[in-house]
Design a protein around this ligand. Structure first.
Ligand SMILES: Nc1nc2c(ncn2[C@@H]2O[C@H](COP(=O)(O)OP(=O)(O)OP(=O)(O)O)[C@@H](O)[C@H]2O)c(=O)[nH]1
Ligand SMILES: [Mg+2]
Length: 226
């Protein structure tokens, strides 16, 4: 099952759903939407996706998608952004990587993947990746990538308990500390062509980074207590 969180992606999400369905014929695509002021939900339905609603926020949307996948007995979940950054042709490779991992991240910065990103943002992602790797106990290159593949045990755990606001590197720390095998595969992603990134506001982006860094520490020190 492919889970696509979407807010105000009406201009892009239909094409994303169609690209995913072309890459993985027969797959169920679930778009989890909240807070859109455009026609995101209509576009999803027309493209053949199931549309769900969640409480506000990216992380809440993902958690609703995970819970839906558990109810449906999905053998795996792929999370794919609705802004068209994640190429459909990369999806089968992420699934293949699940043969030897429990959680796979599509990385923009691993190997020759390459990704055009402004230097300040690249530095911030790099710093967060180094920080996250330290608490995760393994090297990770793209801790803010939303392109991920998850085995059912991971999906079930995240459906039960997922950070409500920021859910990026901190989730990877949780997964590594839980003993799940986390792997990355290089993926050449496309830049967002229109619409507004959730990190467009620099103050908001800085707050996000600080919060994520703090949550990595919290995940590392609460590991094993649950
Ligand atoms: N349902 C839901 N989806 C959201 C929300 N915020 C962001 N998203 C979706 O989550 C995905 C990732 O958001 P982006 O804004 O692209 O964040 P990003 O990919 O980290 O940043 P960019 O690289 O700048 O695109 C997109 O599909 C968004 O539409 C939200 O509040 N609710
Ligand atoms: Mg994006």
């Amino acid at each position: 099952m492919v889970v696509v969180p979407a807010r105000d992606e009406g201009a892009r999400v239909g094409a994303v759903v169609r690209e995913v369905r072309a890459a993985l014929p027969g797959v169920t695509v679930v778009v989890v939407e909240n807070g859109s002021v455009d026609d995101t939900a209509t576009q999803d339905g027309e493209a053949g996706a199931t549309v769900l609603r969640s409480a506000p926020g990216y992380a809440r949307a993902l958690q609703v998608g995970f819970a839906h996948a558990v109810r449906a007995g999905a053998p795996w979940v792929l999370t794919v952004d609705a802004d068209g950054q994640h190429p459909g042709h990369a999806l089968p490779e992420l699934l293949r990587a699940l043969d030897t991992a429990d959680l796979v991240v599509g990385s923009r910065f691993l190997g020759a993947a390459g990704y055009p990103v402004p230097p300040v943002r690249r530095a911030a992602i790099g710093a967060l990746s180094v920080w996250t790797s330290a608490f995760a106990g393994q090297p990770l290159t793209d801790v803010t990538s939303g392109l991920r593949a998850l085995r059912p045990a991971v999906v079930a755990a995240f459906a039960e308990d997922y950070p409500p606001d920021v859910a990026d590197g901190n989730v990877l720390v949780r997964a590594c500390r839980a003993g799940w095998r986390v792997a990355e595969v290089p993926v050449a992603m496309r830049p967002r062509t229109s619409g507004r990134s959730q990190h467009a506001d620099p103050v908001g982006a800085a707050r996000f980074a600080v919060r994520m860094a703090a949550l990595c520490v919290r995940e590392a020190f609460s590991a094993g207590r649950a």
